[in-house]
Design a protein. Sequence first.
Length: 131
Amino acid sequence: GDPSQVVRADGIWLSALIEATASREPGFLSAQLRTRDGRIYSASGGDRPKLDGVNLAETSLATGVAATGAYFFDVPEQALENATLQFHWGLGAPAGMDHLLDIDLGLGAVALAELRRKAVPELDMRTRTDP
């Protein structure tokens, strides 16, 4: 593939594929990964990986229009067990971390072992189709 489209991770890439709709007003939906020890990993910026129409980081959502895409996280592999995915409205962290949508990803030891088994060294999100 095009080497300018290849992004290497310091740890491993976790991608969260979502569909979201702004129901009240246009704005930004931010994502972060919270590890079991409380460490927060913000989603990578809109330029990492630079996949127009796929990477939703720093993308403004229009009211009433569904946006489908992904948030990407570069995290140490050992940080994934029991991590949760969190979303909040706006680009900055909410005061007191109120208004967080917290999603248990089900990443226990068994699930992580299965994900490692299925992992591929490269994934082209521009041509990805689900089996």
